[in-house]
Design a protein around this ligand. Structure first.
Ligand SMILES: *Cc1c(COP(=O)(O)O)cnc(C)c1O
Length: 378
């Protein structure tokens, strides 16, 4: 495989730096995570005993904390846990360890940008199933139609980046039934599991549905849950065979590292679900604030139920091509957003006029971005 081309994030981040625009493109918080977790990292760094290679599987307190989290929150009993360099390495190791060249993987479209690259490294092909705007609903019959004789895996992300959609129980049950019917492995990217922002929604891990625990590898990490995206401490849990496949690849990608941060991640998970709960409350306010501002500027805002992101349609403002608009906005309005076309198989399709905005920023930053967009649109 040849090296992938420059991503839209590199282009837009460079534009943000060049123009001094407010960057609502990339999804990282502009405030640190909880001090309890940061202090646990400092203590680990100073301990004199927690700065060498971790065991391959991860440090014992973190592996225990992940098991306990899956048990207390979801009633799951994973056979094994593998700690990784963020969810990204867990995903890469899962695809490299579980797929053979020519295998097919069913994914949602729009898709998180690392999946196509990782699938290509594994020699596998993505079969995309659309989440349709404006509600980003999934049609189970389209999932069935995407499954063929070479399909081996379903790779699911909910709460979903870039749309903010949280799949509901009916959609997940339909997906689970198809995984059982066609004997597929499920790999779930649940990095936003704690960031469901609508109070009438819940995150339902696919592994909790009938017939799924024994065929699902569940992936998450500390980055989004604790506003520590630079830490890159993640994990995969599930049946011993699937976790073992991750471990066998991971040992030759990075072996084992980030030991003090692994100990701090254990402290974070051990502190219960209150910390991410507070973050979700704060993010709900930010989502609503930015959504109202985008509406005031003349965008049609699509529903977002979770994650860091909300999508907005620029068509009502007379801009049918979001990619062209995103390249001009930093210069014209002083704001950076990402076109959804960067995440879809057909950039000219039904998402052509949609932009993704990140709301995981301080309220003063969101307000300034909104003021600029209102001024630009008016
Ligand atoms: C941020 C993100 C990841 C990467 O998680 P890390 O723990 O930082 O590697 C994976 N999947 C999705 C959907 C994300 O948004």
């Amino acid at each position: 495989m040849s090296a992938p081309a420059t991503t839209i994030f590199t282009v837009m981040t460079a534009l943000a730096e060049e123009t001094g625009a407010i960057n609502l493109g990339q999804g990282f918080p502009d405030e640190d995570g909880p001090s309890l977790v940061v202090e646990a990292a400092v203590a680990a760094l100073r301990s004199g005993t927690q700065n060498q290679y971790a065991p391959l599987g991860g440090v014992a307190p973190l592996r225990a904390a992940v098991l306990d989290h899956q048990r207390r929150r979801y009633g799951l009993e994973p056979e094994d846990v593998q700690v990784t360099f963020g969810a990204t390495e867990a995903l890469a190791s899962a695809l490299l360890g579980l797929l053979s060249p020519g295998d097919e993987v069913v994914v949602l479209d729009p898709v998180y940008d690392s999946y196509p690259a990782i699938a290509a490294m594994a020699g596998a092909t993505l079969r995309r199933v659309a989440l349709h705007p404006p509600d980003w609903r999934l049609d189970p019959e389209e999932v069935r139609a995407a499954i063929g004789p070479r399909t081996r895996m379903l790779l699911l992300n909910s709460p979903h980046n870039p749309t903010g959609r949280v799949l509901d129980r009916a959609e997940l049950e339909a997906i689970a039934a198809l995984c059982v019917e066609y004997d597929l492995i499920a790999v779930t990217d649940e990095v936003y599991e704690h960031l469901v922002l609508d109070t009438d929604r819940e995150h339902i891990p696919l592994a909790t549905l009938p017939g799924m625990e024994q065929r699902t590898l569940t992936i998450s990490s500390v980055g989004k849950t604790y506003s520590l995206t630079g830490w890159k401490i993640g994990w995969a849990s599930g049946p011993a065979e699937l976790v073992g496949a991750v471990r066998s690849v991971k040992q030759f990608l990075s072996f084992a590292g980030g030991t003090p941060l692994q100990h701090a991640a254990a402290a974070a998970l051990g502190a219960g679900d209150g910390l991410p709960g507070e973050l979700a409350v704060a993010l709900r306010g930010k989502r609503d604030r930015l959504s109202a501002g985008l509406t005031a500027a003349g965008f049609a805002v699509l529903p977002s139920q979770g994650t860091y992101f909300v999508c907005a349609d620029a068509d009502p403002l007379g801009h049918p091509d979001a990619e062209a608009l995103c390249l001009r906005l930093p210069h014209e309005a002083g704001v950076v957003a990402i076109p959804i076309s960067a995440f879809v198989s057909d950039p000219a399709g039904e998402t052509r006029s949609l932009l993704r905005f990140a709301f995981c920023k301080r309220e003063s930053v969101l307000d300034e971005a909104v003021q600029r967009l209102v001024a630009w649109a008016g």
